[in-house]
Design a protein around this ligand. Structure first.
Ligand code: ZN
Length: 251
């Protein structure tokens, strides 16, 4: 019998049988962990409520033959409490969880940087002091940097010429100079790329001074860049990863 402890964020909760759940966490030291929480769907469960999505928890695991078993849970931060009554914050937080989940396809691979980004983004969303859309885009840009495909924001994605440049192409890898600009590149406003650069570097004074148009344009480019790379990544995953889904818990 082997026990271990770790701190993590609950990414996903799935039903297992009559009373149990499979909890997917992104942990500080063990990367993504899928573990069974026994009896948590009974109303008398002591730790069921702590193991909901967005929960930041300290967990004791017992190493099982297939899935590990959760034996103790303590709440570190109940991020969900600040999110459930605010739809923009809630949807931004859902996108944060889903992206973190998809960026770590393998269990047990350390992902400390992503864990820290995830906990930081949920803390900011739950705290409510910063704009939810800006927090989400900052998280997505940094998460993409973690995955190794951050968009080029100031230099040209193809030749490295220093910018800022006026064109942005997702397939080319971000902002592009006039010579490298492929057909179909977008032409975002200068302020949009300035906002994107501020979000990458955590310059919140610049980010919060941005206008609505720049925020909308920045979100669109970030989402397009993320989707393009996610789809490429998903195609390279073994098929079993997509078929092995258990029934999702929706409550
Ligand atoms: Zn170039």
């Amino acid at each position: 019998m082997s026990l271990y402890r770790d701190t993590g964020v609950v990414l996903r909760v799935q039903k297992l049988g009559e009373a149990d759940r499979i909890i997917t966490l992104l942990t500080r030291r063990h990367g993504k962990v899928r573990a069974v929480a026994k009896g948590v769907r009974r109303t008398t469960s002591r730790f069921g409520a702590r193991l909901e999505p967005f929960g930041h928890v300290d967990v004791q695991f017992y190493t099982g033959r297939t899935l590990d078993i959760i034996t103790q849970v303590q709440t570190v931060d109940a991020f969900g409490v600040g999110l459930v009554d605010d739809y923009p914050r809630y949807t931004a937080a859902c996108a944060v969880l889903e992206t973190a989940d998809r960026l770590v396809p393998e269990e047990g691979e350390p992902a400390l940087r992503l864990y820290l980004l995830l906990a930081g983004a949920l803390r900011a969303l739950s705290g409510g002091e910063r704009d939810a859309g800006l927090v989400l885009d900052a998280f997505l840009l940094r998460a993409m940097a973690y995955a190794g495909w951050a968009p080029a924001v100031t230099e040209c994605a193809r030749c490295g010429a220093p910018g800022p440049h006026r064109a942005f192409s997702v397939p080319a890898g971000g902002s592009v100079c006039p010579r490298c600009r492929p057909a179909g590149a977008a032409s975002p406003a200068t302020e949009t790329l300035r906002l994107m650069d501020a979000l990458v570097h955590g310059d919140w004074a610049v980010a919060e001074a941005s206008g609505d148009r720049a925020r909308r344009e920045c979100s669109g480019l970030v989402a397009a860049h993320l989707q393009w790379h996610m789809e490429r990544q998903l195609r390279s995953l073994p098929l079993v990863d997509r078929q092995g889904r258990v029934e999702e818990q929706t409550t």
